[in-house]
Design a protein around this ligand. Structure first.
Ligand SMILES: Cc1cc2nc3c(=O)[nH]c(=O)nc-3n(C[C@H](O)[C@H](O)[C@H](O)COP(=O)(O)OP(=O)(O)OC[C@H]3O[C@@H](n4cnc5c(N)ncnc54)[C@H](O)[C@@H]3O)c2cc1C
Length: 463
Protein backbone atom coordinates (compact mmCIF):
# COMPACT_ATOMS: atom_id res chain seq x y z
CA UNK A 1 0.00 0.00 0.00
CA UNK A 2 1.28 3.49 -0.85
CA UNK A 3 2.27 5.60 2.13
CA UNK A 4 0.37 8.88 1.91
CA UNK A 5 1.09 10.12 5.44
CA UNK A 6 2.53 13.62 5.86
CA UNK A 7 6.26 13.47 5.22
CA UNK A 8 6.07 10.52 2.79
CA UNK A 9 7.30 10.79 -0.80
CA UNK A 10 3.63 10.80 -1.95
CA UNK A 11 2.71 13.58 0.44
CA UNK A 12 5.79 15.58 1.51
CA UNK A 13 5.76 17.77 4.60
CA UNK A 14 4.96 21.25 3.27
CA UNK A 15 6.83 24.00 5.07
CA UNK A 16 6.68 27.77 4.56
CA UNK A 17 9.63 29.77 5.86
CA UNK A 18 9.01 33.50 6.27
CA UNK A 19 12.21 35.57 5.96
CA UNK A 20 15.35 34.83 3.94
CA UNK A 21 18.02 35.79 6.47
CA UNK A 22 20.39 33.28 8.08
CA UNK A 23 17.69 31.80 10.36
CA UNK A 24 15.39 31.13 7.39
CA UNK A 25 18.07 29.50 5.25
CA UNK A 26 19.47 27.50 8.16
CA UNK A 27 15.94 26.22 8.94
CA UNK A 28 15.49 25.17 5.30
CA UNK A 29 18.95 23.55 5.35
CA UNK A 30 18.16 21.57 8.53
CA UNK A 31 14.84 20.39 7.05
CA UNK A 32 16.60 19.10 3.93
CA UNK A 33 19.39 17.47 5.93
CA UNK A 34 17.17 15.20 8.05
CA UNK A 35 16.36 11.79 6.63
CA UNK A 36 13.03 10.91 8.26
CA UNK A 37 10.65 12.88 6.07
CA UNK A 38 10.31 14.13 2.53
CA UNK A 39 10.03 17.95 2.83
CA UNK A 40 9.28 20.81 0.47
CA UNK A 41 10.24 24.36 1.52
CA UNK A 42 8.74 27.57 0.11
CA UNK A 43 10.70 30.55 1.40
CA UNK A 44 8.96 33.94 1.44
CA UNK A 45 10.85 37.22 1.56
CA UNK A 46 9.24 40.67 1.59
CA UNK A 47 12.19 42.33 -0.18
CA UNK A 48 13.11 41.72 -3.82
CA UNK A 49 16.49 40.20 -2.85
CA UNK A 50 17.29 37.54 -0.25
CA UNK A 51 19.71 37.08 2.71
CA UNK A 52 18.30 39.57 5.28
CA UNK A 53 20.93 41.29 7.38
CA UNK A 54 23.76 39.49 5.62
CA UNK A 55 22.95 41.72 2.65
CA UNK A 56 21.47 44.71 4.51
CA UNK A 57 23.23 44.72 7.92
CA UNK A 58 26.74 43.25 7.73
CA UNK A 59 29.08 46.09 6.79
CA UNK A 60 30.17 46.46 3.14
CA UNK A 61 33.85 46.01 4.09
CA UNK A 62 33.06 42.62 5.68
CA UNK A 63 32.73 40.79 2.36
CA UNK A 64 34.23 37.58 3.76
CA UNK A 65 31.39 37.38 6.27
CA UNK A 66 28.85 38.10 3.52
CA UNK A 67 30.34 35.04 1.75
CA UNK A 68 28.12 32.88 4.02
CA UNK A 69 25.47 33.34 1.31
CA UNK A 70 27.27 30.55 -0.61
CA UNK A 71 25.98 28.15 2.07
CA UNK A 72 22.46 29.55 1.59
CA UNK A 73 22.76 29.18 -2.20
CA UNK A 74 23.59 25.50 -1.72
CA UNK A 75 20.39 25.07 0.31
CA UNK A 76 18.46 26.95 -2.39
CA UNK A 77 19.74 24.51 -5.02
CA UNK A 78 17.80 21.64 -3.39
CA UNK A 79 15.12 20.43 -5.84
CA UNK A 80 12.39 20.82 -3.17
CA UNK A 81 13.23 24.50 -2.49
CA UNK A 82 11.35 27.49 -3.94
CA UNK A 83 12.00 31.19 -3.36
CA UNK A 84 9.13 33.72 -3.27
CA UNK A 85 10.87 37.07 -2.87
CA UNK A 86 8.97 40.37 -3.08
CA UNK A 87 6.08 38.75 -1.16
CA UNK A 88 5.21 40.44 2.13
CA UNK A 89 3.59 38.06 4.61
CA UNK A 90 0.98 39.92 6.62
CA UNK A 91 0.27 42.25 3.69
CA UNK A 92 0.28 40.34 0.38
CA UNK A 93 -0.61 37.02 2.01
CA UNK A 94 -1.95 36.72 5.54
CA UNK A 95 -0.51 34.47 8.21
CA UNK A 96 -3.80 32.52 8.25
CA UNK A 97 -3.59 31.92 4.51
CA UNK A 98 -0.08 30.56 4.93
CA UNK A 99 -1.27 28.26 7.69
CA UNK A 100 -4.03 26.99 5.38
CA UNK A 101 -1.54 26.16 2.64
CA UNK A 102 1.27 24.60 4.64
CA UNK A 103 1.64 21.95 7.33
CA UNK A 104 4.13 24.10 9.19
CA UNK A 105 5.15 27.76 9.05
CA UNK A 106 8.49 28.99 10.41
CA UNK A 107 8.80 32.70 11.16
CA UNK A 108 12.33 33.99 10.70
CA UNK A 109 11.49 37.65 10.14
CA UNK A 110 14.33 39.13 12.24
CA UNK A 111 14.14 42.38 14.22
CA UNK A 112 13.45 45.17 11.77
CA UNK A 113 13.06 48.22 13.97
CA UNK A 114 15.10 49.93 16.68
CA UNK A 115 14.79 50.81 20.33
CA UNK A 116 14.59 54.50 21.15
CA UNK A 117 16.49 56.46 23.80
CA UNK A 118 13.33 58.31 24.93
CA UNK A 119 15.13 61.60 25.62
CA UNK A 120 14.27 65.19 24.65
CA UNK A 121 15.62 66.22 21.25
CA UNK A 122 15.70 62.67 19.89
CA UNK A 123 13.51 63.65 16.92
CA UNK A 124 15.84 66.46 15.89
CA UNK A 125 17.68 66.52 12.53
CA UNK A 126 21.00 64.77 12.99
CA UNK A 127 19.77 62.05 15.36
CA UNK A 128 19.81 58.77 13.46
CA UNK A 129 18.74 55.21 14.24
CA UNK A 130 21.54 52.71 13.63
CA UNK A 131 18.97 50.45 11.93
CA UNK A 132 18.24 53.14 9.32
CA UNK A 133 21.84 54.28 8.79
CA UNK A 134 23.11 50.73 8.33
CA UNK A 135 20.20 49.83 6.02
CA UNK A 136 20.81 53.02 4.01
CA UNK A 137 24.50 52.42 3.26
CA UNK A 138 23.73 48.76 2.48
CA UNK A 139 21.09 49.62 -0.16
CA UNK A 140 17.96 48.42 1.70
CA UNK A 141 14.96 49.38 -0.50
CA UNK A 142 13.05 50.95 2.45
CA UNK A 143 15.84 53.44 3.23
CA UNK A 144 16.96 54.88 -0.08
CA UNK A 145 15.21 58.22 0.50
CA UNK A 146 16.94 58.54 3.83
CA UNK A 147 19.16 61.55 4.31
CA UNK A 148 22.22 61.72 6.54
CA UNK A 149 24.33 64.81 7.12
CA UNK A 150 27.93 63.85 7.81
CA UNK A 151 29.22 67.37 7.15
CA UNK A 152 29.79 67.96 10.86
CA UNK A 153 33.09 67.60 12.73
CA UNK A 154 31.94 65.43 15.64
CA UNK A 155 29.52 62.52 16.05
CA UNK A 156 28.39 60.39 18.97
CA UNK A 157 27.26 56.78 18.90
CA UNK A 158 25.06 55.59 21.74
CA UNK A 159 25.69 51.95 22.61
CA UNK A 160 28.84 49.89 22.63
CA UNK A 161 28.04 46.66 20.79
CA UNK A 162 29.30 45.42 17.43
CA UNK A 163 26.82 47.58 15.50
CA UNK A 164 28.39 50.68 17.14
CA UNK A 165 31.80 49.43 16.07
CA UNK A 166 30.56 48.97 12.48
CA UNK A 167 29.19 52.51 12.41
CA UNK A 168 32.39 53.92 13.92
CA UNK A 169 34.48 52.13 11.31
CA UNK A 170 32.23 53.36 8.49
CA UNK A 171 32.63 56.93 9.77
CA UNK A 172 36.41 56.93 10.22
CA UNK A 173 37.70 54.46 7.64
CA UNK A 174 37.56 56.83 4.68
CA UNK A 175 35.32 56.57 1.63
CA UNK A 176 38.07 55.39 -0.73
CA UNK A 177 38.67 52.29 1.38
CA UNK A 178 34.99 51.40 0.87
CA UNK A 179 34.77 52.29 -2.82
CA UNK A 180 35.38 48.74 -4.08
CA UNK A 181 32.80 47.11 -1.79
CA UNK A 182 29.05 46.76 -2.42
CA UNK A 183 28.22 50.04 -0.64
CA UNK A 184 25.69 52.13 -2.59
CA UNK A 185 26.95 54.99 -4.74
CA UNK A 186 24.70 57.37 -2.79
CA UNK A 187 26.29 56.39 0.54
CA UNK A 188 29.76 56.60 -0.96
CA UNK A 189 29.10 60.15 -2.18
CA UNK A 190 27.84 61.15 1.29
CA UNK A 191 30.88 59.55 2.98
CA UNK A 192 33.22 61.35 0.56
CA UNK A 193 31.75 64.64 1.80
CA UNK A 194 32.02 63.63 5.46
CA UNK A 195 33.71 66.12 7.79
CA UNK A 196 33.57 63.84 10.82
CA UNK A 197 36.94 63.68 12.59
CA UNK A 198 35.93 62.77 16.16
CA UNK A 199 33.61 59.92 17.13
CA UNK A 200 32.47 59.48 20.74
CA UNK A 201 31.18 56.05 21.75
CA UNK A 202 28.85 56.33 24.73
CA UNK A 203 27.97 53.48 27.10
CA UNK A 204 25.80 53.42 30.22
CA UNK A 205 28.03 50.94 32.02
CA UNK A 206 31.78 50.29 32.14
CA UNK A 207 34.53 48.70 30.07
CA UNK A 208 34.01 45.34 31.78
CA UNK A 209 30.33 45.26 30.76
CA UNK A 210 30.90 46.31 27.13
CA UNK A 211 29.53 43.92 24.51
CA UNK A 212 31.70 44.65 21.44
CA UNK A 213 34.10 42.00 20.17
CA UNK A 214 37.81 42.77 20.51
CA UNK A 215 38.35 42.14 16.79
CA UNK A 216 35.85 44.88 15.91
CA UNK A 217 37.85 47.49 17.83
CA UNK A 218 41.25 46.17 16.79
CA UNK A 219 40.18 46.57 13.13
CA UNK A 220 39.55 50.26 13.85
CA UNK A 221 42.75 50.69 15.84
CA UNK A 222 44.67 49.15 12.92
CA UNK A 223 43.66 52.00 10.60
CA UNK A 224 46.87 54.05 10.33
CA UNK A 225 45.13 57.44 10.32
CA UNK A 226 42.93 56.71 13.36
CA UNK A 227 43.77 57.24 17.04
CA UNK A 228 41.63 55.23 19.44
CA UNK A 229 41.80 56.91 22.84
CA UNK A 230 41.67 54.45 25.72
CA UNK A 231 42.32 55.32 29.36
CA UNK A 232 44.59 52.37 30.26
CA UNK A 233 44.42 53.11 33.99
CA UNK A 234 40.64 53.16 34.00
CA UNK A 235 40.51 49.82 32.15
CA UNK A 236 43.10 48.31 34.55
CA UNK A 237 40.95 49.36 37.49
CA UNK A 238 37.92 47.73 35.84
CA UNK A 239 39.93 44.57 35.21
CA UNK A 240 40.94 44.37 38.89
CA UNK A 241 37.41 45.11 40.09
CA UNK A 242 35.94 42.22 38.03
CA UNK A 243 37.94 39.05 38.74
CA UNK A 244 34.94 36.96 37.60
CA UNK A 245 35.09 38.05 33.94
CA UNK A 246 34.94 35.40 31.20
CA UNK A 247 38.30 34.63 29.59
CA UNK A 248 37.17 36.39 26.38
CA UNK A 249 36.17 39.56 28.27
CA UNK A 250 39.40 39.46 30.28
CA UNK A 251 41.50 39.18 27.10
CA UNK A 252 39.59 42.11 25.60
CA UNK A 253 40.29 44.31 28.61
CA UNK A 254 43.97 43.30 28.59
CA UNK A 255 44.08 44.27 24.92
CA UNK A 256 42.47 47.63 25.79
CA UNK A 257 45.10 48.27 28.48
CA UNK A 258 47.83 47.61 25.88
CA UNK A 259 46.09 49.82 23.36
CA UNK A 260 45.79 52.63 25.91
CA UNK A 261 49.51 52.44 26.65
CA UNK A 262 50.61 52.73 23.01
CA UNK A 263 52.30 55.93 21.92
CA UNK A 264 49.72 58.34 20.46
CA UNK A 265 49.63 58.72 16.68
CA UNK A 266 50.61 62.34 16.29
CA UNK A 267 49.57 62.38 12.60
CA UNK A 268 46.13 60.84 13.21
CA UNK A 269 43.37 62.61 11.27
CA UNK A 270 40.48 60.79 12.95
CA UNK A 271 39.90 60.11 16.64
CA UNK A 272 37.70 57.61 18.47
CA UNK A 273 36.87 58.40 22.11
CA UNK A 274 34.95 56.41 24.69
CA UNK A 275 32.54 57.80 27.23
CA UNK A 276 31.81 54.92 29.59
CA UNK A 277 29.45 55.16 32.58
CA UNK A 278 27.40 57.85 30.81
CA UNK A 279 23.69 57.90 29.86
CA UNK A 280 22.26 60.19 27.19
CA UNK A 281 19.96 62.75 28.86
CA UNK A 282 19.09 65.34 26.25
CA UNK A 283 19.93 66.46 22.74
CA UNK A 284 20.21 70.22 22.41
CA UNK A 285 18.89 71.43 19.07
CA UNK A 286 19.71 74.60 17.21
CA UNK A 287 17.27 75.44 14.38
CA UNK A 288 15.93 71.90 14.77
CA UNK A 289 19.38 70.35 14.28
CA UNK A 290 21.44 68.40 16.82
CA UNK A 291 24.02 70.71 18.38
CA UNK A 292 25.03 68.98 21.63
CA UNK A 293 24.47 65.82 23.60
CA UNK A 294 24.11 65.94 27.38
CA UNK A 295 25.38 62.88 29.20
CA UNK A 296 24.79 62.03 32.83
CA UNK A 297 27.60 60.28 34.69
CA UNK A 298 26.66 56.93 36.22
CA UNK A 299 27.89 54.64 38.96
CA UNK A 300 27.29 50.90 38.95
CA UNK A 301 24.97 49.37 41.51
CA UNK A 302 24.77 45.62 42.11
CA UNK A 303 21.28 44.21 42.58
CA UNK A 304 20.43 41.08 44.63
CA UNK A 305 20.66 38.85 41.56
CA UNK A 306 24.21 40.11 40.90
CA UNK A 307 23.28 42.31 37.89
CA UNK A 308 25.22 45.57 37.70
CA UNK A 309 23.01 48.44 36.65
CA UNK A 310 23.84 52.07 35.93
CA UNK A 311 22.59 54.73 38.33
CA UNK A 312 22.80 58.44 37.48
CA UNK A 313 24.89 60.72 39.70
CA UNK A 314 23.38 64.00 38.49
CA UNK A 315 26.71 65.18 37.02
CA UNK A 316 26.26 66.27 33.42
CA UNK A 317 28.84 66.39 30.64
CA UNK A 318 27.92 68.15 27.42
CA UNK A 319 29.42 66.98 24.12
CA UNK A 320 29.30 69.35 21.16
CA UNK A 321 28.24 66.97 18.36
CA UNK A 322 26.33 67.49 15.12
CA UNK A 323 25.29 63.87 14.60
CA UNK A 324 24.09 61.21 17.02
CA UNK A 325 23.57 57.56 16.08
CA UNK A 326 21.54 55.48 18.50
CA UNK A 327 22.62 51.85 18.46
CA UNK A 328 20.81 50.66 21.55
CA UNK A 329 19.24 47.54 20.11
CA UNK A 330 17.05 46.09 17.40
CA UNK A 331 13.43 45.07 18.01
CA UNK A 332 10.98 42.78 16.25
CA UNK A 333 7.87 43.98 14.42
CA UNK A 334 4.54 42.16 15.08
CA UNK A 335 3.11 40.04 12.26
CA UNK A 336 -0.65 40.62 11.96
CA UNK A 337 -2.62 37.65 13.28
CA UNK A 338 0.24 36.12 15.27
CA UNK A 339 1.32 36.48 18.92
CA UNK A 340 3.87 39.12 19.89
CA UNK A 341 5.63 39.90 23.14
CA UNK A 342 5.56 43.73 23.23
CA UNK A 343 7.91 43.99 26.18
CA UNK A 344 10.69 41.87 24.67
CA UNK A 345 9.93 42.81 21.06
CA UNK A 346 9.81 39.23 19.78
CA UNK A 347 7.46 36.33 19.02
CA UNK A 348 6.77 34.35 22.21
CA UNK A 349 7.86 30.74 21.85
CA UNK A 350 8.88 27.63 23.67
CA UNK A 351 12.16 26.41 22.11
CA UNK A 352 10.82 27.57 18.73
CA UNK A 353 7.17 26.51 19.09
CA UNK A 354 5.13 29.72 18.94
CA UNK A 355 2.87 30.25 21.95
CA UNK A 356 0.22 32.79 22.93
CA UNK A 357 1.84 35.72 24.77
CA UNK A 358 -0.77 35.66 27.55
CA UNK A 359 -1.90 32.07 27.98
CA UNK A 360 1.28 30.32 26.87
CA UNK A 361 -0.91 28.05 24.72
CA UNK A 362 0.68 26.69 21.56
CA UNK A 363 -0.22 28.04 18.13
CA UNK A 364 -0.35 24.76 16.19
CA UNK A 365 1.95 24.48 13.19
CA UNK A 366 3.69 27.83 13.77
CA UNK A 367 7.36 28.10 14.77
CA UNK A 368 10.03 30.79 15.07
CA UNK A 369 13.78 31.01 14.71
CA UNK A 370 16.59 33.57 14.65
CA UNK A 371 16.37 37.09 16.06
CA UNK A 372 12.56 37.08 16.23
CA UNK A 373 12.77 33.95 18.40
CA UNK A 374 15.56 34.88 20.81
CA UNK A 375 16.12 38.62 20.32
CA UNK A 376 18.95 40.45 18.50
CA UNK A 377 22.01 38.65 19.80
CA UNK A 378 24.80 36.40 18.61
CA UNK A 379 26.60 36.03 15.32
CA UNK A 380 25.34 34.57 12.04
CA UNK A 381 26.27 31.04 13.15
CA UNK A 382 24.14 31.36 16.30
CA UNK A 383 21.10 31.29 14.03
CA UNK A 384 22.14 27.86 12.77
CA UNK A 385 22.01 26.36 16.27
CA UNK A 386 18.74 28.19 16.81
CA UNK A 387 17.16 26.86 13.60
CA UNK A 388 18.36 23.32 14.27
CA UNK A 389 16.53 23.48 17.62
CA UNK A 390 13.34 24.81 16.01
CA UNK A 391 13.46 22.21 13.24
CA UNK A 392 13.89 19.42 15.82
CA UNK A 393 10.62 20.57 17.43
CA UNK A 394 8.91 20.70 14.02
CA UNK A 395 10.00 17.14 13.27
CA UNK A 396 8.80 15.95 16.68
CA UNK A 397 5.37 17.36 15.79
CA UNK A 398 5.09 15.75 12.33
CA UNK A 399 3.37 12.54 13.57
CA UNK A 400 0.52 14.70 14.92
CA UNK A 401 -0.22 16.06 11.42
CA UNK A 402 -2.93 14.40 9.36
CA UNK A 403 -3.24 14.08 5.58
CA UNK A 404 -6.68 15.58 5.79
CA UNK A 405 -5.17 18.83 7.09
CA UNK A 406 -6.37 21.82 5.12
CA UNK A 407 -2.93 22.14 3.50
CA UNK A 408 -4.04 19.20 1.35
CA UNK A 409 -7.26 20.73 0.07
CA UNK A 410 -6.43 24.39 -0.54
CA UNK A 411 -5.74 25.60 -4.06
CA UNK A 412 -2.00 25.96 -4.55
CA UNK A 413 -0.16 28.97 -3.15
CA UNK A 414 0.87 29.81 -6.73
CA UNK A 415 -2.78 30.31 -7.65
CA UNK A 416 -3.39 32.50 -4.63
CA UNK A 417 -0.35 34.62 -5.54
CA UNK A 418 -1.63 34.98 -9.12
CA UNK A 419 -4.97 36.33 -7.87
CA UNK A 420 -3.12 38.92 -5.78
CA UNK A 421 -1.09 40.18 -8.73
CA UNK A 422 2.18 39.90 -6.83
CA UNK A 423 5.39 40.19 -8.86
CA UNK A 424 7.27 37.28 -7.35
CA UNK A 425 11.03 37.13 -7.70
CA UNK A 426 11.71 33.42 -7.78
CA UNK A 427 15.07 31.69 -7.60
CA UNK A 428 15.97 31.87 -11.33
CA UNK A 429 15.05 35.58 -11.35
CA UNK A 430 17.13 36.25 -8.25
CA UNK A 431 20.06 34.39 -9.83
CA UNK A 432 19.76 36.66 -12.87
CA UNK A 433 19.66 39.74 -10.62
CA UNK A 434 22.70 38.49 -8.73
CA UNK A 435 24.67 38.24 -11.99
CA UNK A 436 23.46 41.69 -13.10
CA UNK A 437 24.53 43.26 -9.79
CA UNK A 438 27.99 41.67 -10.00
CA UNK A 439 28.44 42.77 -13.63
CA UNK A 440 27.36 46.34 -12.84
CA UNK A 441 29.76 46.34 -9.90
CA UNK A 442 32.67 44.96 -11.87
CA UNK A 443 32.42 47.76 -14.45
CA UNK A 444 33.08 50.17 -11.52
CA UNK A 445 35.71 47.97 -9.84
CA UNK A 446 33.19 47.14 -7.10
CA UNK A 447 32.12 43.78 -5.68
CA UNK A 448 28.56 44.52 -6.82
CA UNK A 449 26.25 47.43 -7.49
CA UNK A 450 23.05 46.66 -5.64
CA UNK A 451 19.59 47.09 -7.11
CA UNK A 452 17.90 49.09 -4.39
CA UNK A 453 14.20 48.80 -5.21
CA UNK A 454 11.69 46.27 -6.50
CA UNK A 455 11.13 48.53 -9.52
CA UNK A 456 14.85 48.61 -10.33
CA UNK A 457 14.98 44.82 -9.98
CA UNK A 458 12.05 44.36 -12.38
CA UNK A 459 13.51 46.82 -14.84
CA UNK A 460 16.83 44.96 -14.75
CA UNK A 461 14.90 41.74 -15.49
CA UNK A 462 13.42 43.36 -18.57
CA UNK A 463 10.20 44.75 -17.07
C1 LIG B 1 24.45 46.15 11.54
C2 LIG B 1 24.65 44.69 11.75
C3 LIG B 1 25.87 44.11 11.45
C4 LIG B 1 26.07 42.75 11.68
N1 LIG B 1 27.29 42.23 11.38
C5 LIG B 1 27.53 40.93 11.64
C6 LIG B 1 28.81 40.37 11.35
O1 LIG B 1 29.71 41.07 10.88
N2 LIG B 1 28.99 39.05 11.63
C7 LIG B 1 28.00 38.26 12.16
O2 LIG B 1 28.21 37.07 12.41
N3 LIG B 1 26.77 38.77 12.43
C8 LIG B 1 26.51 40.07 12.18
N4 LIG B 1 25.29 40.59 12.45
C9 LIG B 1 24.23 39.71 13.01
C10 LIG B 1 23.48 38.90 11.93
O3 LIG B 1 23.21 39.73 10.83
C11 LIG B 1 22.18 38.32 12.53
O4 LIG B 1 22.55 37.38 13.53
C12 LIG B 1 21.29 37.61 11.52
O5 LIG B 1 21.13 38.31 10.32
C13 LIG B 1 19.90 37.35 12.12
O6 LIG B 1 19.23 36.48 11.24
P1 LIG B 1 17.66 36.39 11.08
O7 LIG B 1 17.43 35.43 9.96
O8 LIG B 1 17.04 36.11 12.39
O9 LIG B 1 17.16 37.85 10.67
P2 LIG B 1 17.45 38.78 9.35
O10 LIG B 1 18.82 38.57 8.84
O11 LIG B 1 17.05 40.12 9.78
O12 LIG B 1 16.42 38.21 8.28
C14 LIG B 1 15.03 38.45 8.39
C15 LIG B 1 14.42 38.49 6.99
O13 LIG B 1 12.99 38.45 7.11
C16 LIG B 1 12.43 39.33 6.14
N5 LIG B 1 11.06 39.70 6.57
C17 LIG B 1 10.72 40.47 7.64
N6 LIG B 1 9.39 40.58 7.73
C18 LIG B 1 8.87 39.85 6.71
C19 LIG B 1 7.54 39.58 6.28
N7 LIG B 1 6.49 40.08 6.93
N8 LIG B 1 7.36 38.81 5.17
C20 LIG B 1 8.43 38.29 4.51
N9 LIG B 1 9.72 38.52 4.87
C21 LIG B 1 9.94 39.28 5.97
C22 LIG B 1 13.39 40.50 6.14
O14 LIG B 1 13.26 41.30 4.98
C23 LIG B 1 14.74 39.77 6.22
O15 LIG B 1 15.22 39.46 4.93
C24 LIG B 1 25.04 41.95 12.22
C25 LIG B 1 23.80 42.52 12.51
C26 LIG B 1 23.61 43.88 12.28
C27 LIG B 1 22.29 44.50 12.61
Amino acid sequence: MTDTSVGSSQRPLRVAVVGSGPAGFYAAGALFKQKDYEVTVDLFERLPCPYGLVRYGVAPDHQKIKGVTRVFDKTASHPNFRLFANVHIGRDITADELREHYDQVVLTVGCETDRRMAIPGENGDGCYAATSFVAWYNGHPDYQNYSVNLEVPRAAIIGVGDVSMDITRMLVKGAEALATTDITEQALTTLRRSQIRDVYIVARRGWAQSAFAQKELSDIAALPHVQVHVDAEQVSRDLEAHPDLSSIAKRKLEYLVDLGKQAPRRDATHHVHFRFLRSPKELTLRDGKVDALDLEENTLVRSDDGWLSAQGTGNIESLAVGAVFRAVGYRGVPLPGLPFDQRRGLIPNDSGRVVDAETGERVPGVYASGWIKRGPSGVIGTNKTDSVETVSKMLEDVPTLTVSSSANESPSIDELIKTRNIQVIDLPRWQTLDTIERERGSSKNKVREKLTSAEAAWQALGG
